[in-house]
Design a protein around this ligand. Sequence first.
Ligand code: GLN
Length: 248
Amino acid sequence: TITVGVLALQGGVIEHLSLLRRAADYLSTSSSSNDGKELATLPDFDFIQVRTKEQLAQCDALIIPGGESTTMAIVARRLGLFDQLRDFVKVQHKPVWGTCAGLVMLAEEASAVKKGGQELVGGLDVRVVRNRYGTQIQSFVADLKLPFLGEEEAPFRGVFIRAPVVEEIMTTTSGSPAEQEVKEGAASASGGQQSERGAAPGDDIVAVRQRNVFGTSFHPELTQDVRIHVWWLRQVLDAARHGDLVAL
Ligand code: GLN
């Protein structure tokens, strides 16, 4: 059994759990992995809400949902989860996906934060800017072209609610390889539809991956489109099989 947790301190927890279940159902009826190889047996998935150290320790992979990153950080600190979250991401290198506020939590740096800053988990060598498109009322939907889903795939309807974007991919201390990894995983939003109030994403980086850490500015869990959850669960399966090892 592979246990996938959704950090349930605050934010869109139930929505992720429901799409994860649908994605797992989809995977059990389609039998190929990301590299097209047949899967002999698909392990069972267990999806759990994570509020305690014990629950986090059970997880093989974790989603940090959307919500409010400052609030989430305060609650995580109070529950004493921060060090364990950092260990999960940066020492154990388990697969983690952050959506919106979750992406903020997974960034090494965040700008447009109040004086005194806010605590971050980190893991992605990027600086995000919070609330890039304005306030709640300026929320919008835009069609995104996401190369990692497959070049010929239909656009993904991205829901942007006080969304952050990646404003800078930082050079890591280990040199260019890691930076390259981020860039390869970066998907920019193109063909964004102009909504009445919100700005279109244009060429903003709204999805990024560095090794085990994945982040999206938008909220796939607020759509009925299961593709990104399926893609991510396949990454989780690969990580469970091969760890950090990637066949090139
Ligand atoms: N603006 C929020 C933050 O910075 C994120 C909003 C969201 O998750 N929808 O934490």
